[in-house]
Design a binder for this molecule. Structure first.
Ligand code: GLV
Ligand code: MG
Length: 312
């Protein structure tokens, strides 16, 4: 576990809903959906000419909207553009008290996270906001980001998640496909396995959440479930959703099944009893046909913890 994790809230992020910051109709509708997180986008879902006005639209919707218990995030533009500092200053000065995290896209190295952390610190001081409350989500979307992901994950105590951005990533490494989230035709195995695991290792090493990016075939909910299921099986905490139809599927896929949750609770109860005085202080024991020990307890805790977070 990292030295920072105890200081940051662990927010549910099974479904992370993308909403263009320039579209008031979508910003209105998003408030009613059952997504764990919303992110109001100033980057690729927002046309360059619409960005200046979208900053103010986002401030208004953060301050006046009813977002319930949702995690409220704004995705700013990346540091290679001319927009980033104004995105951060306008949105955080205007709505910092009603905002949980800034998402930084196309992160290439640790310095880009440090720069955002410093800017947030300045704004918090100037505005009298609670120091360090606003978190950072880092998107990995190119080869530099993936190669440097360990340093990126360690760059700031504000970091909460590492997010895989498959569309930009595939473009940046010249992967031969046009269907975001699906396997490239002609490759017989899982082309995302290495990338997803690399990100997951860096995230877990530093006590952060790992989030899978978008699936663009928004009418194909079965395809979404399958791709989301792969990330969930590896241990990912959630996935982006681009359409109301994907929200429920993500919430389901990233929660344990009732059967797994019940089984995990059974392991925890049985192991607690066997290791107690009454149970003979055993280090390992049988639960039906299954041998359980301390490592089984830890695995059960992961499933049980995700279930409880999902309200089971
Ligand atoms: C998301 O930003 C992506 O590029 O997939
Ligand atoms: Mg992207």
């Amino acid at each position: 576990m990292n030295r920072f994790s105890a200081e940051r809230p662990l927010r549910p992020r099974r479904s992370c809903l993308a909403v263009p910051g320039s579209n008031p109709r979508f910003l209105e509708k998003a408030q009613q959906l059952a997504a764990d997180q919303v992110f109001l986008d100033l980057e690729d879902a927002c046309a360059p000419l619409a960005k200046p006005e979208a900053r103010h639209t986002i401030v208004k919707f953060l301050n006046e909207g009813d977002w319930g218990t949702k995690t409220r995030v704004v995705r700013v533009n990346d540091w290679t553009t001319e927009w980033t500092y104004r995105d951060v200053v306008t949105v955080v000065e205007g709505a910092g008290a009603n905002l949980d995290c800034i998402m930084l896209p196309k992160v290439q190295d640790a310095q880009q996270i440090v720069a955002l952390d410093l800017l947030l610190t300045q704004i918090e001081k100037t505005m009298g906001f609670e120091a360090g409350r606003i978190g950072i989500e880092a998107q990995i979307e190119n080869a530099a980001g993936l190669v440097n992901v360990d340093a990126i994950a360690a760059a700031s105590p504000r970091l909460e998640t590492i997010v895989f951005g498959p569309a930009d990533f595939m473009a940046s490494i010249n992967m031969r496909t046009l269907v975001v989230g699906e396997q490239p035709p002609g490759y017989p195995a899982d082309a995302y396995h290495y990338i997803l695991m690399r990100i997951l290792m860096a995230a877990r090493m530093h006590g952060l959440q790992a989030i899978d990016g978008p699936y663009l075939q928004i009418r194909n909910v079965d395809g979404f479930r399958e791709v989301a299921g792969r990330a969930a099986a590896l241990g990912y905490d959630g996935k982006w959703v681009l359409h109301p139809g994907q929200v429920e599927a993500a919430n389901e896929v990233f929660s344990p099944s009732q059967e797994d949750f019940d089984h995990a609770e059974l392991i925890l109860d049985a192991y607690a009893w066997h290791t107690s005085d009454a149970g003979g202080r055993k280090g390992s024991a049988m639960l039906g046909d299954e041998m359980i020990d301390e490592a089984s307890r830890k695995m059960a805790l992961v499933v049980s913890g995700k279930g409880r977070a999902a309200g089971m």
